[in-house]
Design a protein around this ligand. Structure first.
Ligand code: ASP
Ligand code: MG
Length: 457
């Protein structure tokens, strides 16, 4: 069996769900379990209405709910046609009436807890999974709705609950497997679950990928397919470098390094449960189903190219902390990091010498206050308009002379910080923001002009 997960844009309207039905029908022989996100933007709207209700603004909450109700009714109406929709309409109506009831309750109390937030947030996937199931049935697929709250069992850390895998796996085997054996296509909402006592939980924003991985790992899937609206991962951002090519196969570790730069496609940490069981994960495009996408595997496969991808992150500030008097003193780095912690500023790249430290952070308003705090410890300078460039590839581990080649290509540029070694599969450095397009194009030409056809398309 396989797991097919469809994200918010893949189920955003009737035309999208129609495409999804065709894609699933094509995979019929592989016995798919389908996991769906809420329709695009719906979770955002639900959270907005929950917070409006929590602050006592009942009218705004109910108005937002009316908007969602209309969108779901019209999607279902278009997808199912008047005949079937008339029969199905009552089910959606009951869900929305219950949601409105809940919002009125929250507004009356004027308090929103994480537990109540989960109750509201869960509606997105409860509704989309119902509509998708009906749409499949009308299109000749024998789909069967599974309530994820009965399968995905979690702890009670509301809004970012952790799955309890033994209990979840037992439920999946008991509730999902028999449907597969009957030849049905189980359809379930991602993102949502419940405690062992049956209280609704959610597993964190973007959690449907995680749900798909848990379901796949629990049922021993042959593959997990994450259907989005792009053709998979690329060698670099095509906006910066039109020669960017699709990566056909990438290791989990490489994908994880890249996630920080382009988490839009898929955050690999969310598919870890599948990778740990050696189940390959495919990133595919529901608007271009014939494209074979990107395959993420536990271990990297042989590749003639040194790197798999080049990524850049702009809007970076370097903070330089120099303390000649702290020479040889211990506890200096600790004091520096404590200051970052106090100001809740995350550090990305760090370079140190005996008497100074350079750190990069996202450019934001907290920096002047942080710098003032650091100035109590040492001399501090900060400079904005920088960018982090990162080259990723498992072959970096074994290939000599790579740094010389990379920096040789950029010999006329000012390289501000260099970091290699932490993961052994990435080479990271900092440049002026304005240099980024040129840097990416030059490195892409140098390292991706000839491509291993097994690995790149
Ligand atoms: N609908 C949820 C969210 O928007 C989960 C997901 O789409 O993966 O965060
Ligand atoms: Mg997502």
């Amino acid at each position: 069996m396989i797991v097919m997960k469809f994200g918010g844009t893949s189920v955003e309207d009737a035309a999208a769900i129609d495409r999804v039905a065709a894609i699933v029908r094509d995979r019929r022989a592989r016995r798919p379990v389908v996991v769906v996100s809420a329709m695009a933007k719906v979770t955002d709207t639900l959270l907005k209405m929950a917070s409006a209700a929590g602050s006592g603004d009942r009218e705004t909450a109910l108005a937002l709910s009316r908007g969602l109700r209309e969108r779901h009714y019209s999607t279902a109406g278009e997808l199912l046609g008047t005949g079937v929709f008339t029969r199905f309409h009552g089910e959606l109506e009951a869900e929305f009436d219950a949601l409105d009831e809940l919002l009125r309750g929250i507004a009356a109390v004027g308090e929103l807890t994480p537990r109540t937030t989960d109750h509201v947030a869960a509606y997105g996937e409860l509704l989309s999974s119902r509509i998708v199931t009906e749409g499949f049935c009308m299109r000749g697929l024998e789909a069967s709705l599974v309530d994820s709250r009965q399968c995905l069992i979690t702890d009670a850390t509301h809004m970012r609950a952790a799955p309890l895998l033994d209990e979840t796996n037992e439920r999946l085997r008991r509730l999902v497997r028999p449907r597969l054996e009957r030849g049905q296509v189980p359809v379930m909402g991602g993102f949502i679950g419940a405690t062992p006592g049956g209280v609704t939980t959610t597993i964190g924003r973007g959690g449907s990928d995680f749900s798909a991985a848990i379901v796949g790992a629990g049922l021993g899937a042959e593959a997990i397919e994450i259907w989005t609206d792009v053709d998979g991962m690329r060698t670099t951002d095509p906006g910066l470098c039109p020669e960017a090519k699709r990566i056909r196969v990438i290791s989990f570790d490489e994908a994880a390094e890249l996630a920080y730069f382009g988490a839009k496609v898929l955050h690999p940490a969310t598919v870890l449960p599948a990778i740990q069981k050696n189940i390959p994960v495919y990133v595919l495009n529901s608007r271009n189903p014939p494209c074979e996408g990107t395959k993420i595997t536990a271990r990297g496969m042989h590749c003639k190219n040194v790197f798999k991808a080049i990524a850049a992150k702009q809007r970076i500030t370097i903070i330089n902390v120099a303390a000649p008097r702290m020479l040889l003193a211990h506890g200096f780095l600790k004091a520096i990091f404590e200051a970052f912690d106090r100001h809740k500023v995350a550090v990305d790249v760090v370079s140190t010498s005996e008497v100074s430290v350079s750190l990069t952070v996202d450019s934001n308003q907290a920096i002047p206050a942080l710098a003032a705090d650091l100035a109590k410890l040492a001399d501090v300078r900060y400079e904005g308009r920088k960018a982090i460039v990162c080259l990723v590839g498992e072959n970096l581990r074994e290939t000599p002379g790579i740094a010389a080649r990379v920096f040789g290509e950029l010999a006329d540029l000012k390289i501000r910080m260099i970091s290699q070694g932490a993961s052994q599969i990435n080479l990271t450095f900092v440049v002026e923001e304005d240099d980024v397009p040129g840097v990416i194009r030059r490195l892409h030409r140098a390292f991706f002009s000839e491509l291993d056809p097994e690995v790149f398309a």
